[in-house]
Design a protein around this ligand. Structure first.
Ligand code: MCN
Length: 663
């Protein structure tokens, strides 16, 4: 079934935040730091305020009454980093950090006035890197495994910082009627925005109304509130006028939290016949200048998934997160899972090469076959058929002819947590669903309608799916971690079931809690040709076999896989944010930062397999991230197969050429 929502999108009838207008609306523009580290000596806004039509310039001094953004802290984490300030107080610590917000009659005037705000900065040398996050976990007899090992295989991988680059950058419209603050946000969902902003603004949740209209993509980057969102809300409260801010592409590149930024070292203790006896690993993450709520999440998720699809009895992993004079990192499609797959799959291929055994055989020798399986790092894999996925991928990849062929397995954590769902039977025969999970490209309106329609035995077109309004749907979790179908879909299924079983009842509300995360998985194969004269890597073909339990909509699920593979291709071939010695980012727009075009994306062959999850009534797991997890690991192994050694991502011509010439 094709997506219902697409008609609205292709006709240009979608309503994004920047399409919205409020009475007497003003516009905001930010004054940002042009240096990576400096002390703020003085800020003179008089020139800006003299312009007719400029209503206010707010600086750090106006934010002293605000609270901090909340922080997500997991068991055992030691976090000491500084929370991101709404507007810089005494210092700036990365290029792009918001210093002041100018509010004016038009966006153009606000931008012009922002240039008249005179900020005197005393430049400072880059900060010494500080450890701001520490975590470790050990399981089994690690010392013994390494003492017994016939070979110790060492490898490392780098996952460079990435820009999420959704088609629609961030956007905020805030207004206040003196009692309730209403905010329309381009965000992944309303609940985490309400949670974060109500704390920062010190507002009770019932005084903060968040509405998420149509959203043009996020890829993880609009999950939690960021400084600009709070600053625009503050301006609206101060002025008692509606204020809108729509981010430019350059701001999106500079100041939206970035993804990845990890380096992972692994050591495998191997027996002579190819058994993995133990794993030691160290995840080092560049977290940036400050912490946003979810900044520590990706390196933690990476660490806990480092055993991948393999039964490794003894494991010791450590996480060290460091500060830097860069914009903070945060979740980006995969959020730790691609890094983990890249690390363990590189390690396994390196082991095969060093031991002189076949890399597929080595995988089969160590693959997890019994479920549920506890991976020793705190995760229990609910169900799986890893070898079945591997066999299917190899079968589909048989015709690949290329200089190098790489294989990768992945396991993905989806969820856990709860989601809300309500189903209402209207007098006119329509069925209305309310879900706490709000889409930004995934196609919830179609998928959730299908789930409810199937259960009630009505046509899916009779089902309306509503989401994104914190007053209409006050409780919920949101869209991230490929959790929406497993958690939100299950809530709606159970609500529909309740209505079906109770004639006369017209509304059912369900809060469904996943008893634990569900673990999707897959097997990827990539073929690459490497031009040794130019260093150019051409991806010939990618095969992706993904298993997300029961599939609700194969067309949409496949769309998720293909989109995520394209994103993975970008990560492999061109995407990274470099910084110069002064901490200046070298990619600030889509001319410098190369997203994959249709020319870079090779033929993709996908197949969906279904191993149901026992943890929810749909038997579903997530598919939103799989392609971005399997692709970099498979392509990295293909490049290594072609060259005979591993190279760090991204495989740009200059890097490959350089490596070949140095060798
Ligand atoms: N689906 C299905 N059967 C399943 C699981 C999923 O048919 N068992 C289909 C459904 O159509 C569902 C879609 O796949 O709408 C995604 O569902 P799910 O895997 O539950 O993931 P979420 O809806 O929670 O989406 C989050 C995920 C993440 S984490 C990122 S990042 C991401 C992604 O989705 N960002 C995206 N996909 C994106 N797609 C678009 N277009 N834009 C983004 O920003």
């Amino acid at each position: 079934m094709a997506r219902f929502e697409d008609e609205r999108f292709v006709r240009g009838e979608a309503e994004y935040v920047d399409d919205l207008k409020a009475p007497a609306m003003l516009h905001a523009s930010f004054v940002r730091s042009m240096t990576a580290h400096a002390r703020i000596v003085s800020i003179d806004a008089s020139g800006a305020l003299e312009l007719e039509g400029v209503h206010a310039v707010l600086t750090g001094d106006d934010t002293t009454e605000l609270d901090d953004f909340p922080l997500v802290v997991r068991t055992g984490e030691e976090i000491t980093g500084e929370i991101h300030p709404v507007l810089a107080l005494e210092a700036v610590r990365y290029v792009g950090q918001p210093i002041a917000v100018v509010v004016a009659d038009t966006p153009e005037l606000a931008a012009d006035a922002a240039e008249l705000v005179w900020v005197e900065l005393e430049e400072l040398p880059l900060d010494d890197t500080q450890v701001v996050l520490r975590w470790q976990r050990a399981n089994g007899d690690v010392e013994g495994a390494f003492a017994r090992a016939d070979h110790i295989v060492r490898s490392h991988v780098v996952a460079p910082r990435l820009i999420a680059a959704p088609i629609e950058p961030r956007a905020v419209l805030a207004s206040s009627d003196g009692d309730v603050v209403t905010m329309w946000l381009s965000a992944q969902d309303q609940h985490r925005q309400v949670g974060g902003l109500s704390k920062v603004l010190r507002l009770p949740k019932e005084k903060l109304h968040v509405i998420v209209p149509d959203v043009g993509g996020a890829f993880g980057s609009k999950g939690v509130p960021q400084a600009e969102t709070a600053a625009v809300a503050l301006a609206a409260i101060r002025l008692q006028r509606a204020v809108k801010w729509a981010e430019t592409r350059t701001e999106s590149s500079l100041a939206t939290y970035q993804g990845r930024g990890q380096r992972i070292e692994t050591e495998l203790a191997m027996s002579g016949d190819g058994e993995i006896l133990g794993l030691r690993a160290h995840v080092e993450a560049d977290l940036g200048a400050y912490l946003y709520s979810t900044t520590p999440v990706a390196p933690m998720t990476c660490a806990m998934l480092l055993t991948g699809c393999y039964a490794i009895p003894a494991v010791h992993v450590r996480v060290t997160g460091r500060s830097s004079n860069k914009v903070p990192t945060g979740p980006y499609r995969g959020a730790g899972r691609p890094e983990a797959a890249l690390a363990i799959e590189t390690a396994v291929d390196t082991a095969a090469r060093e031991l002189g055994v076949d890399a597929i055989d080595l995988r089969r020798r160590n693959i997890v076959r019994e479920f549920p399986y506890e991976n020793g790092l705190g995760f229990t894999y609910d169900s799986g058929d890893y070898e079945g996925a591997l066999d299917a991928a190899l079968e589909l990849a048989r015709d690949i002819e290329a200089d190098g062929i790489g294989v990768a397995l992945y396991v993905e954590r989806c969820g856990p947590g709860y989601e809300t769902g309500a189903v209402l039977l209207e007098d006119d025969g329509r069925v209305v669903c309310l879900t706490g999970s709000s889409p930004h490209g995934q196609g919830h309106e179609t998928t959730f309608a299908q789930i409810v329609a199937d259960e009630l035995g009505v046509d899916a077109s009779a089902v309306e799916v509503r989401y994104g309004d914190s007053f209409e749907i006050p409780d919920g979790t949101g869209t991230f971690g490929s959790r929406s179908v497993a958690a939100g879909g299950s809530a709606l299924l159970l609500a529909a079931r309740e209505l079906k079983e109770n004639p006369g009842q017209t509304r059912a509300d369900v809060k469904f809690e996943l008893p634990g995360p569900v673990f999707s998985f897959g097997a990827y194969v990539a073929g690459v040709n490497v031009d040794r004269e130019t260093g150019e890597v051409e991806i010939v073909k990618i095969v992706g076999v993904d298993d997300c339990g029961r599939v609700i909509n194969p067309l949409l699920a496949e769309g998720q896989v293909v989109g995520a593979i394209a994103q993975g291709v970008g990560e492999c071939l061109h995407e990274y944010v470099g910084y110069d010695e002064y901490g200046t980012p070298l990619a600030v727009n889509l001319y410098d930062y190369h997203l994959p075009t249709s020319q870079a994306v090779p033929p993709v062959v996908t197949a969906l397999r279904e191993t149901p999850s026992p943890l929810n009534p749909l038997g579903a797991k997530g598919i939103g991230e799989g392609g971005s997890i399997g692709t970099p690991a498979a392509v990295a192994n293909a490049v290594a197969d072609a060259l005979g050694f591993h190279v760090e991502l991204p495989f740009t011509p200059s890097r490959i050429w350089d490596v070949l010439h140095r060798r």
